[in-house]
Write a protein that binds this ligand. Structure first.
Ligand code: IMP
Length: 430
């Protein structure tokens, strides 16, 4: 992926998250010198298998598992300091030394305890209209950032400033918690004690991520900007309001670490060979009943952050074309092809019908996306084990045909195909 002309790559999820970005980041990180996350927070759950060891990372970039890679959390990330420290310690306890090669943007906003309380209380109050958030405080933390009530990493050095923000934030949160009808309240003094406990360790990691990335590129390093969630969860381009609260798409990568977009050379989209979604919201190619159960079990489709069962469905070409456009994808990494190994027949969504009219466009309104009927092509299954394939020629003919159809429908060339969760189970194309 990286070469003389490709030195800065953005990696984005093409569907509703959980596409296997952790595995692809880990594969690309072999050639990267620096990996940075640019948005989201501990709502992400990236699973990486190193040998027999499985690591689930929520905040720290998946590149952490290569010992010489510098890992950054950009200004666009919302940082839960306690989760960060727990994750550093989890890695250390399993032999991965990370603290001396980890940096967090001094401009990154903090997720505070009342953000998590509000996330839970708002969801509970919404009843059946809930978004199905991860309850990690993501929406409320971004709301405080945009409404200019947030606390940033750099502020941890100023106790009085922190106290003023926390006191006001807790008072506002408590009024909202009362409004949502819950008894829980934010305690500003307890929050301050917690911040005092983590401050020196978090401040020691503080850096200017944009300036670090620019220097890394000028000295010939390879930089991977790692997106979390997926394009259809993007706050602007996703299935609003059933989205997360950040710009998950490639356009957010430059702003989320502090570089200009002209430094980005390639945008690699990670796409599952089928589709899943976790949380509420429209999902046109969703399967139900036994077929859903079969795909969920074969793909082990349970959330890495919340453990919730994911909703499975067929590949949706309209979703992927939409994502290709808004991200400017230059290549695709198709993951979990092996999960389809035992199917006699595989459906591939190529368009939608909305009120009886064919459309190739992705509707803006969730209510319309709920109503579309997918148009499918039926593809023959390959009925053989692809887990051992390491080159295009080793893939069964029907699998090659299925991948070629994905490429044509998406209008993006396939660069990588993942055929299992191990690092080595990867096919490089072209
Ligand atoms: P939030 O990001 O916790 O506010 O959740 C908003 C929506 O995004 C919910 O539907 C979540 O299930 C979904 N979501 C957030 N993070 C992830 C992820 O890493 N993978 C898949 N879905 C996610």
């Amino acid at each position: 992926m990286f070469d003389d002309k490709t030195r800065c790559v953005v990696l984005v999820g093409v569907q509703w998250g959980d596409e296997g970005k952790g595995k692809i980041t880990d594969v690309l990180a072999e050639q990267a010198t620096l990996v940075a996350r640019y948005q989201g927070g501990a709502n992400a759950g990236h699973t990486v298998l190193v040998g027999e060891d499985e690591f689930i990372l929520h905040l720290i970039p998946s590149g952490a598992l290569y010992p010489d890679v510098r890992c950054l959390l950009g200004n666009g990330v919302v940082l839960d300091p306690r989760t960060l420290i727990d994750e550093i310690e989890m890695l250390q306890s399993r032999g991965v030394e990370i603290e001396d090669r980890l940096g967090v943007s001094r401009r990154a906003h903090l997720v505070l305890p009342y953000h998590k309380q509000l996330d839970g209380a708002k969801e509970a109050a919404k009843g059946s209209g809930r978004i199905g958030t991860t309850k990690r405080g993501i929406g409320p933390a971004y709301r405080d950032k945009i409404s200019r009530n947030g606390l940033r990493v750099c502020d941890l050095a100023d106790r009085d400033y922190c106290w003023n923000v926390v006191r006001e934030g807790a008072a506002t949160a408590n009024a909202l918690l009362a409004h949502f009808g819950v008894d829980e309240r934010a305690d500003p003094e307890a929050i301050m004690s917690e911040l005092e406990f983590v401050a020196s360790r978090v401040l020691a990691l503080g850096t200017d991520t944009g300036s670090e990335i620019r220097s890394e590129l000028s000295r010939g390093g390879n930089v991977l900007l790692e997106g979390a969630q997926g394009s259809l969860l993007d706050v602007d381009h996703g299935t609003y309001p059933f989205v997360t609260s950040s710009t998950t798409t490639a356009g957010g990568a430059a702003a989320g670490v502090g570089i200009g977009p002209t430094l980005i050379d390639e945008v690699l989209g990670v796409v599952k060979a089928y589709t899943t979604r976790v949380g509420a919201g429209p999902f046109p190619t969703e399967l139900q009943g036994e077929e859903a159960e079969r795909l969920r079990n074969l793909g082990a489709e349970f959330g890495a952050t919340t453990g919730r069962p994911r909703r499975p469905g067929w590949f949706d070409g309209v979703v992927v074309r939409h994502a290709a456009g808004v991200n400017g994808l230059t290549g695709l990494a198709v993951t979990k092809l092996d999960v389809l190994d035992s199917f006699d027949e595989i459906l591939l969504g190529v368009g939608y019908q909305l009120d009886g009219v064919a459309t190739a466009d992705f509707p803006e309104r969730a209510a319309d996306i709920e109503r579309v009927r997918p148009v499918y092509e039926k593809e023959p299954g390959w009925k053989s084990d692809t887990g051992g394939c390491r080159s295009w020629d080793e893939l069964p003919e029907a699998a090659q045909h299925y991948l070629k159809r994905i490429e044509t429908v998406s209008e993006v060339p396939i660069r990588l195909v993942s055929v299992g969760s191990a690092r080595s189970q990867i096919v490089r194309v072209g």
